[in-house]
Design a protein around this ligand. Structure first.
Ligand code: NCD
Ligand code: ZN
Length: 334
């Protein structure tokens, strides 16, 4: 197959930042997606109704053809009134960042009991809990697996809460999701499906591939691909596109985050084609997530064509993963 039309995808996990880059980052996601679930780890964080409204307005102005779906950041002590304000402003999910786990997460959650009232309120109001599942105290490559017991306790403590474990990176997380009740789902990124840790540091170090959770083994990657192509309602696409300016990425303290928005759909097409599962791609990019978030599919289509291109070394002032590499597929929004 050299051409494939998909119902227009959604990106269920994207970082758009605030300030000068936002317009370009939002417009970039709009080239392949009809909706995007926008992560709230800006400075200051998106954690009250006014901030949600202001951030949505900036994004909508920059990318009118991609609907921003909003989230708020769970902050210990924020209180249920602030959560109610975020819901009134239309948030679909509250995001749980373990304190210190990733970019702008110093103010995150050190202990889940510190957000008990907020989680109970979310459960009562059927708002999704979105989790960055890493224990920052664990060794770097074990952080996701070591966080799974925390997710397990949350699932049992809040028996009606719907949960998305974000950007899976391990076979153990895939197995955990499948063992949990159906109200628990997960996003998977294009880079965790395409690359493994050897691509990051097996040759020369590739800062464009450094993210949290870090890329893992080839066996982990295979488990993620099996989950993504399975047609399960539990796994759907979230790019975790996380732009950092080239100057920061190439500094002596490179921040975590891959700017995948410009390459995500081509990477996914290549992964699904290699697995002989191109017919399962639409479910992963354009159906399963919408079903989980109880939204209709997008109108519109994305055309994927098998046509090689070389990823530039810089896009929107950022270093894309796969920079300089030939990719087999191109994506055009129809
Ligand atoms: C993200 C970022 O830079 O905001 N970084 C990353 O490595 N994924 C934050 C996140 O989702 O962890
Ligand atoms: Zn995250």
């Amino acid at each position: 197959m050299n051409e494939l039309r998909l119902g227009l995808p959604d990106d269920w996990h994207v970082h758009l930042r605030q300030g000068p880059g936002l317009a370009a980052y939002a417009a970039r996601t709009a080239t392949s997606c009809g909706r995007m679930l926008v992560m709230p780890n800006t400075l200051p964080p998106v954690a009250d109704g006014l901030a949600v409204d202001a951030y949505r307005a900036q994004i909508a102005a920059a990318a009118p053809s991609c609907q921003p779906l909003m989230t708020f950041k769970l902050l210990p002590g924020m209180g249920t009134a602030a959560v109610a304000g975020c819901l009134a402003a239309g948030c679909l999910a509250g995001k749980y960042y373990p304190a210190g786990a990733t970019t702008n997460a110093a103010d995150g959650v050190a202990d889940p009991t510190s957000i008990h009232q907020e989680l109970a309120y979310m459960e009562d109001n059927d708002i999704v809990l979105s989790i960055h599942g890493e224990n920052p105290a664990a060794p770097a490559l074990e952080r996701e697996t070591e966080f799974l017991p925390v997710v397990d306790r949350l699932i049992h403590a809040y028996p009606r809460l719907r949960i998305v474990l974000e950007h899976l990176s391990t076979a153990s997380a895939v197995a955990a999701v499948l063992a949990w009740p159906e109200r628990v789902a997960a996003t998977i990124t294009a880079h965790h499906l395409f690359f493994c840790i050897d691509d990051l540091l097996g040759g020369s170090l590739q800062p464009g591939l450094f993210c949290k959770p870090p890329l893992k083994s080839a066996a982990d990657r295979r488990a993620l691909v099996a989950a993504a192509v399975s047609g399960s309602p539990r796994f759907f696409f979230g790019s975790d596109s996380a732009p950092h300016p080239v100057s920061a990425k190439l500094s002596s303290a490179a921040p975590a985050g891959c700017y995948t928005a410009p390459v995500a759909l081509p990477l996914l097409a290549e992964v699904f084609a290699a697995a002989g599962a191109l017919s399962a791609l639409e479910h992963f990019t354009s159906r399963a997530g919408a079903n989980f978030y109880r939204l209709p599919p997008n109108r519109g289509e994305l055309l994927l064509t098998r046509q090689a291109w070389q990823v530039p070394s810089e896009i929107d002032g950022c270093l894309p993963p796969a920079a300089g590499r030939q990719l087999a597929w191109q994506a055009v929004r129809l």
